[in-house]
Ligand binder design. Structure first.
Ligand code: ADP
Ligand code: MG
Length: 502
């Protein structure tokens, strides 16, 4: 502007201009410098800006997660390297294409619904989705509204998803194990509230789980004092305890409980052991009987010797002419002694503890030899005997013992029947076992007596010993055989079921 003035106004003006110039040249220079400085700083700023822009682009481009931008027309506007890799397309292929052109398979999927929602509602959404491109891969996708289009950021979560699924699966497995258990199980938190209870637990506690979960134990039930004391030990001292108790609140049953501390409280596992308790008691009773039996056996043995002497003298005296008119009495005394002796013999065979010697043979070998004896027995009582022998394999048997077993059972059968009754003895194979069945048409055994069968000295007969069946059970046991009894008012069937040796 000053130069224009200088050129159009001639010498004089030039002079003036020189004056002005002299005054203002510094000012002009200052302004110019200022401008240059402004420009430089602007350029620097722009360079900075562009550098930082580059930096951001660089960061986004190289980040480990995928990122792309779609404009309002669904056209790809930006794609980072990871997205190129996951979408299986170089960015040159995608830029300028719409999302739908590039990935027609996306239509109608969750991804499409979510993207459309972000576009229309202008809200960010995060969701999990199966990959549209890679089979069985899961992604967590976050879509943000961006300049009337959207920007999408996503990362693979297949491993986490799998881990989560495995966790759920294993939890389900634990759950199904607990549910199928016939033992009861429940868990409490530190406030004594139910956090879990299995099906068996519901049944014993008598309340459905939806009523129990979240409820306080002591408000729902009056638990046995012993149980509560143990629960407190577990909660306070954080150690496991096991105990047994007789519970009247849950239907007079014996319960065995194990209680464990857990991170959140305690878990309790309990079961009904009433059956076992009864069996234990029975076992203890049998043990006692065994002891009594052994004692009696010792005494029995000692009694036999003097008895033999007495019998000898009776026989001697009875034959003397002096006692001829008392012969019948002497015979009675001798026969009573013989009866006593036979009881002792039977009892001793029951009490004997030595191992029986087993030999491979068939049941039929033994039954064949016994037949004439049994038949004579039946015949004298005006009863019939029927023997039906099936083809059976060799078993490991003690011949003497099995003879005695058959004899005892047959004798009981015959004794139970009236005249013309038929006693049937069978041997056959059933379900990999050999069965010896002895069946009578007698009076049967009343149900209340079934439990007592085999207990030494249990008898319903006036002159019975109550030792026959006890001996049978013992013999069956030494042959690892099972004794089954079926009885009704029309007869009784004993089955001795032998295992077939390998
Ligand atoms: P005993 O024959 O000396 O009485 P056992 O031990 O042989 O002793 O039998 C015990 C009891 O079992 C018998 O008294 C009888 O009540 C009952 N019993 C055994 N076998 C039969 C049977 N076949 N039919 C009916 N009752 C039987
Ligand atoms: Mg008998």
């Amino acid at each position: 502007m000053y130069y224009d003035l200088v050129q159009t106004q001639g010498q004089e003006s030039l002079k003036i201009a020189e004056v002005i110039a002299d005054n203002d040249i510094a000012e002009i220079k200052r302004r110019q410098t200022e401008k240059v400085e402004q420009l430089t700083s602007y350029l620097r700023l722009e360079a900075d800006f562009s550098r930082s822009n580059h930096l951001i682009t660089d960061i986004i481009d190289n980040m480990p997660d995928a990122f792309y931008v779609l404009d309002s027309q669904w056209l790809f506007a930006f794609i980072n390297k990871k997205a190129e890799e996951l979408l299986l397309h170089p960015r040159e292929d995608l830029i300028g294409k719409t999302f739908w052109e590039a990935f027609p398979q996306a239509r109608g999927t969750l991804v499409a619904t979510m993207y459309q929602k972000v576009m229309s509602d202008c809200v960010p959404i995060t969701f999990e989705s199966l990959s549209l491109i890679h089979e069985n891969r899961w992604y967590q996708v976050t879509a943000f509204p961006f300049q009337s289009g959207l920007s999408v950021y996503y990362r693979e979560i297949t491993a986490e998803k799998l881990e989560h699924e495995n966790l759920i699966k294993s939890q389900e497995e634990v759950n199904s194990i607990l549910e199928s258990m016939t033992d009861c199980f429940f868990a409490l938190d530190r406030d004594w509230r139910f956090t879990y209870i299995n099906r068996a637990g519901e049944i014993v506690l008598g309340k459905p789980r939806h009523e129990l979960l979240g409820k306080i134990l002591t408000e729902e039930f009056t638990f046995h004092e012993t149980a509560l004391r143990h629960y407190h030990i577990v909660m306070n001292e954080k150690r496991s305890v096991s105990f047994e108790l007789f519970s009247e609140n849950f239907g007079n049953i014996w319960i065995e409980e194990s209680v464990y501390p857990t991170e959140t409280g305690l878990s309790c596992y309990f079961r009904d052991i009433t059956g076992r308790k009864i069996a234990d008691k029975e076992l203890a009773r049998l043990d006692r009987l065994n002891l009594v039996g052994q004692l009696a056996a010792g005494i029995g043995h000692e009694i036999r010797n003097p008895m033999t002497t007495v019998r000898g003298y009776l026989q001697l005296l009875g034959e003397k002419p002096l006692y001829a008119d008392q012969k019948a009495t002497f015979e009675l005394m001798i026969s009573e002694l013989d009866q006593a002796n036979s009881i002792i013999t039977e009892f001793l065979s029951l009490a004997q503890t030595k191992l029986s010697v087993l030999k491979a043979q068939t049941l039929n070998d033994i039954l064949g030899k016994l037949y004439p004896l049994l038949e004579a027995d039946a015949f004298t009582q005006n009863k019939q005997l029927s023997i039906i022998l099936g083809k059976t394999p060799n078993l490991d048997l003690n011949g003497k013992e099995i003879t005695q077993l058959v004899f005892n059972l047959a004798r009981n059968g015959l004794e139970a029947m009236g005249e013309r009754g038929v006693l049937t003895i069978r041997s056959y194979v059933e379900a990999d076992k050999v069965v010896l069945a002895i069946e009578d048409e007698g009076c049967g055994i009343p149900p209340e007596n079934l439990d007592k069968l085999g207990i030494p000295f249990f008898t319903t007969k006036d002159n019975g010993t109550g030792l026959g069946l006890a001996t049978c059970y013992k013999i069956a046991d030494s042959h690892h055989a099972e004794v089954r009894v079926n009885s009704s008012s029309s007869g009784t069937k004993f089955q001795i079921v032998f295992p077939i040796p390998e």
